[in-house]
Design a protein around this ligand. Sequence first.
Ligand code: NAD
Length: 438
Amino acid sequence: MKIVMVGSGYVGLVSGACFADFGHEVVCVDKMESKIAALKQGEIPIFEPGLSELVRSNTEAKRLSFTTDLAGPVAQADAVFIAVGTPSRRGDGFADLSYVYAAAREIAHALDGYTVIVTKSTVPVGTGDEVERIIRELRPDADFAVVSNPEFLREGAAIDDFKRPDRIVIGTDDPRAQTLMADVYRPLYLNSAPILNTSRRTAELTKYAANAFLATKITFINEMADLCEQVGANVQDVARGMGLDNRIGSKFLHAGPGYGGSCFPKDTLALIKTAQDYGTPSRIVEAVASVNDLRKRAMAKKVVAACGGSVRGKTIAVLGLTFKPNTDDMRDAPSLSIVTALQDGGATIRAFDPEGMEQAKGMLPGGVVYCNDAYECVEGAHAAVIVTEWNIFRALDFQRLKATMAAPVLIDLRNVYRAEQVRAKGFTYVDVGRGVLA
Ligand code: NAD
């Protein structure tokens, strides 16, 4: 099948490369000329494990190509996926759909023959209707259907998630489009990935409901962690005790600095807005978003407390900047709020992240000293803070850290270590939700 992916970011590039790997002929389109030029040279503009190899092999096999001009490929295509960004709109938090609608207009002009247009971007309920209206208005003659096919992949494990999804949601009432989508995903049927055929609006809402639920799970365990600290209980054991119940499940029950990333913060806000607009406010999701918002700065307070009540004039080493390991994505990362709050408190920040520093430089406030590894990062620091649980922070040499730090203080916002183990090395150690009664 001939597939066009409009938008070659985390989702578009991974989906495009995986579809090509299934044997489809895929053209990835992006507006950013530098991105397409890099991809044509075999350079991958994002960090995602395994992606470089997948892009290389499929480009060599001539199943995957890149362009800035969608007209030719769209005219030839059986399916055109829209995988552009849908960030929070400035001011009201609703999803900014301008990129989606701009893509729809460009696609409309290029349509030739029956084509299925698929929104893979996360879009609010009713966006598919609007995309259809835009295309119909510009091209009354066109033969097309608009389908919702939300993407559930996680950055850092994106290829595996795409190739072995928990489910594929296809939202359309059009039987012809349903058959075509079944062909697009046919290679995955062999892995018996459940396909859920729904209405378009149902598919659109399913994505938001899933993300809001996961954000709720994280926020719930974070609140339990705060309570654990007060009552002298251990949140990891609480989470284990909860998670072994099959009705609950153990995933997304890790206490930490609050959720971040390019999806949960914006998707919860967009769902809140949609629910308000339709007169059915989602109080739970509203509470989740505001609790999570407060949590990030609260983590900075934890650091301040561990430093004896003030960080003024002190140096803090931040280990990990991205919102989670195995990605270079800095969008809405908790580190952004934590670093800002510590700087507000008068601290000098030294930072290290294995993949996210280039993106971080454009997003963190000025004055941050970027380092080449964890040991350089902690030089002269009055405290080190693990913000992202990259593997390389899981087996730190505490003797080496202690030798270069101004004070042996470790704040472990991901509960990577066992308290006794770190304290035995002479460190002051603070974690999340593993309370010990004084
Ligand atoms: P991204 O910002 O990495 O990529 C979007 C790309 O679209 C950019 O490269 C941009 O230049 C390009 N673009 C914008 N308008 C264009 C146009 N008219 N023509 C061609 N290219 C255009 O975004 P992303 O993280 O890949 O997310 C895309 C969508 O997928 C969002 O709606 C997001 O919510 C959703 N999603 C993301 C993830 C994730 O983990 N990143 C997971 C599931 C769903």
